[in-house]
Design a protein around this ligand. Structure first.
Ligand code: SF4
Length: 432
């Protein structure tokens, strides 16, 4: 891979110093400089080297982030992308009791919710009307939900909203549906694909380490199960994303093993579309509130940068789309991470319940114009993409999409105008 030229001008300060990468590499210890030099030449580090990168400090971090930005430029050019999507959580009822999550509620809880398939399709239709090319559909593992619900949901959405890309069901949901239906993963997934499942979120990965998973989820969905479901999906031409949840009881050793495992899977299947680091949101999650002395309060700012930068370096040539989640980090931080290895800002969402339930301050909606602004603010060209990273609209460094109300503001405005046009709402003067 050729060495790269100067970075484009940026409005946000770069997360690394302006000194040349050559000077930076000359000033840090040789082993680390060697790993970064090889990364610039297109070679990936091994698991031990990935772990060593996570231990980088001071000048080493500066060189790491700069290298990741250059590798991002070499792999993806100077365009960063986003997708117009809507998250639809069809139920918040879940009895799995994952310690890091407080989204799931008991089925008898006052706020328990279960959307029928028509309601999900209605939301998908509303999303398509607002320009969404994708709906991301996931839900809790409701104890009374029949396995047939997953397929019926796809039937209804594909019938009512033709053309929308259905990105749905985490490996945990596939595990659950297949168990409930007493079906093999392959048969269950093949049926879902035939009924409209176009791709899957590679969530529920958390940290693919048995000891850590025991504490997070009692290892209900084991690493082996997760890998088997993902590889089965890939073998059926159902692409998936890949994720990590970091910043709780985990550390560099787990992160290095996790990245290496994802890279090995990708070498076998080629089915991952992207890698999405998801910082742990500690507030209100039982994992933290029940063990505040033992559990970290999510990743530090430094760790957010390192995770995206190291993922870029470790996955280059295997998974070349690294997503910065504005839901977890906030839009400002996500924009900065675009200059430390990431090339994608994810989806507009139009409301997202899981992170907000676990205390995230972000996670409602960012309209396309905001996405473009955040990307351009990072000094990159903005493009809207579809789920599979085909670019659909280009905005360069200065053009903008039309302004648009957020879904919630839009719904409010519809309610207000309906109220004003409703005869009952017109104030009537009652004569005495
Ligand atoms: S993370 Fe998912 S499976 Fe686990 S408790 Fe929450 S909703 Fe249920």
């Amino acid at each position: 891979m050729p060495m790269l030229n100067a970075s484009p001008s940026s409005q946000l300060p770069l997360p690394y110093s302006p000194t040349s990468i050559e000077k930076k590499l000359a000033k840090i210890p040789l082993p680390l400089a060697g790993i970064l030099q090889r990364a610039l030449e297109g070679n990936v580090p091994n698991e031990d080297e990935i772990e060593a990168l996570f231990h980088a400090q001071g000048n080493e971090v500066d060189a790491l982030l700069h290298t990741a930005d250059l590798v991002r430029e070499a792999r993806c050019g100077n365009t960063a992308t986003f997708v117009i999507t809507r998250n639809i959580n069809f139920t918040n009822v879940c009895h799995m009791g994952c310690q890091f999550c407080n989204f799931g509620v008991n089925k008898n809880a006052e706020n328990a919710e279960f959307l029928n398939t028509e309601k999900v399709a209605e939301r998908a239709q509303e999303a398509q009307g607002r320009g969404a090319t994708e709906v991301c559909i996931q839900g809790g593992l409701h104890p009374d939900m029949p396995a047939s619900y997953y397929g019926e949901l796809l039937d209804t959405v594909t019938a009512q909203v033709p053309g929308i890309h259905i990105h749905a069901f985490s490996p945990f949901e596939i595990w659950y549906g297949a168990r409930k239906g007493r079906t093999a993963y392959r048969d269950f997934l093949a049926d879902l694909k035939a009924r409209g499942l176009a791709s899957m979120p590679g969530t529920a990965a958390e940290i693919l380490d048995t000891q850590v998973r025991r504490q997070l989820t009692k290892n209900k969905l084991s690493t082996e199960n997760w890998v088997e479901i993902i590889e089965t999906a890939h073998s059926l031409n159902i692409p998936t994303t890949s994720t990590i949840m970091y910043g709780h009881i985990d550390g560099p050793k787990h992160w290095a093993a996790h990245l290496t495992l994802l890279r090995d899977i990708q070498a076998r299947t080629g089915g991952f579309t992207e890698f999405v680091p998801l910082g742990f949101i500690h507030a209100d999650s039982p994992l933290y509130t029940q063990n505040p002395d033992k559990v970290r309060t999510g990743p530090t700012r430094d760790e957010h940068f390192k995770m995206h930068a190291i993922a870029r370096i470790a996955l280059q040539g295997y998974i070349d789309n690294i997503q910065a989640s504005w839901v977890k980090m906030g839009p400002d931080m996500a924009s900065q991470v675009l200059r430390a290895g990431a090339n994608d800002l994810g989806g507009t969402l139009m409301n997202e319940s899981i992170s907000r339930a676990a205390g995230a301050r972000h996670g409602q909606e960012i309209v396309p114009r905001d996405m473009v602004n955040f990307i351009q603010h990072a000094g990159l060209q903005a493009a809207q993409r579809n789920t599979l990273y085909q670019q659909l609209a280009h905005y360069g460094r200065t053009s903008k999409p039309e302004p648009q109300l957020s879904l919630i503001d839009y719904q409010r405005s519809v309610q207000v105008s309906a109220a004003y046009s409703s005869p009952q709402s017109i104030p009537v003067k009652v004569s005495a």
